[in-house]
Design a protein around this ligand. Sequence first.
Ligand code: DC
Length: 223
Amino acid sequence: MSYNVAIDGPAGAGKSTIAKAVAKSMNLIYVDTGAMYRAMALYMLRKGISLEDTEEIIEKCPQADITIRYENGVQVVLLNGENVNEFLRTEEVGSAASVISPIPEVRRKLVELQKNLAAQRDCIMDGRDIGTCVLPNAQLKIFLTASSEVRAKRRYDELVQKGVEGDLSTILEDIKERDYRDTHREESPLKQAEDAVLIDTSNMSAEEVISTISRMCRESREQ
Ligand code: DC
């Protein structure tokens, strides 16, 4: 049986940074499920489909073939055969992903892909519904969070580092909106699984979080 770690939490909690580092130290593959929702959103944006037109999104969803490949341990998302990694991290695509991710047909398709990946490989998977829905039997579940202000500041610093202009109050508003959508949707809302360990990273360094979770992984693997 494969060894699976689930990491859930709101946007900007540091899930991907932490999961990537833990994957490296624990020799696991890192599965970024947000990137799959982003790839689906990118498909709809490219096709010029209105994000309000749920019927059309449901109809077009089967035409977006999303697959995952690993190159030197890095996840590559293929959208109908094209490597789309470089297009996924924009605010536009992130917001669009948040709008289309509540649609049950979208979720069903991507959750199946995620479950298959986790059944085949030892992995650490991050998202919103991993511990509650995708991998209910994961050997370790973490719910990673931080205050919305801290998360907005991290996103802002990330943009500054990339040389992209950003406005802190707009980012904070966006984070709050996304939190609301992710936690209030009917289908698989963002929620801490009952057996998940809560880690609030507001006052922790990335190194502290990585070493804490790596230790938990070692302990749960030994059991
Ligand atoms: O983690 P992220 O910012 O890349 O995710 C983009 C959007 O996709 C986010 O607003 C919620 C959605 N998402 C989801 O509904 N379920 C997941 N497992 C991962 C992401």
